[in-house]
Design a protein. Structure first.
Length: 157
């Protein structure tokens, strides 16, 4: 009789341990799944802001595509910008207001100074780069040589 009681007690202890392990496994799995879902939802919800944050840090010192820049505001944008043709040149703007501003003030807005040499250049033909890391302000360059010289000079500071 005693032998049976010991076996029942051992069996109950084993069952309790198994239940604790199972509960721990379920809890950990649920936590990991919840964290994964939370992370995916955060990146899905804030993907534009996350991508913009990434671009302002990684694209410093690299040539930026024109379709990410508003030529009227001289800023890197969260979304791709709207292309339009004016005076046989392709310009990119973020809104119809910027488009209107560029067409009305063409001589002022469509031109920019080369950040390295100071020459006046047409924005649609310029090479585009970030002025500072972690800042969406854009600078324009006449050619790749000026672009490289500007960033070499900035990196020495």
């Amino acid at each position: 009789m005693k032998k049976r009681k010991i076996n029942k007690e051992a069996l109950k202890k084993k069952e309790i341990l198994d239940n604790k392990r199972f509960n721990k496994t379920i809890l950990i799995s649920f936590m990991i799944l919840s964290l994964l879902i939370f992370t995916v939802l955060i990146f899905y919800t804030y993907r534009c802001s996350t991508l913009f944050y990434y671009r302002t840090r990684v694209l410093y010192g690299k040539e930026i595509s024109s379709d990410l820049v508003c030529f009227n505001e001289n800023k890197l944008k969260h979304h791709k910008t709207i292309p339009f043709k004016y005076n046989h040149n392709n310009f990119y703007v973020c809104s119809n207001n910027c488009k209107l501003s560029l067409t009305i003030n063409y001589n002022k807005v469509a031109m920019a100074l080369d950040a390295f040499s100071g020459d006046t250049i047409l924005k649609s033909r310029a090479i585009i780069g970030l002025k500072k890391k972690k800042n969406p302000t854009i600078v324009y360059f006449k050619n790749k040589v000026n672009f490289n010289r500007y960033y070499r000079k900035q990196n020495k500071k």
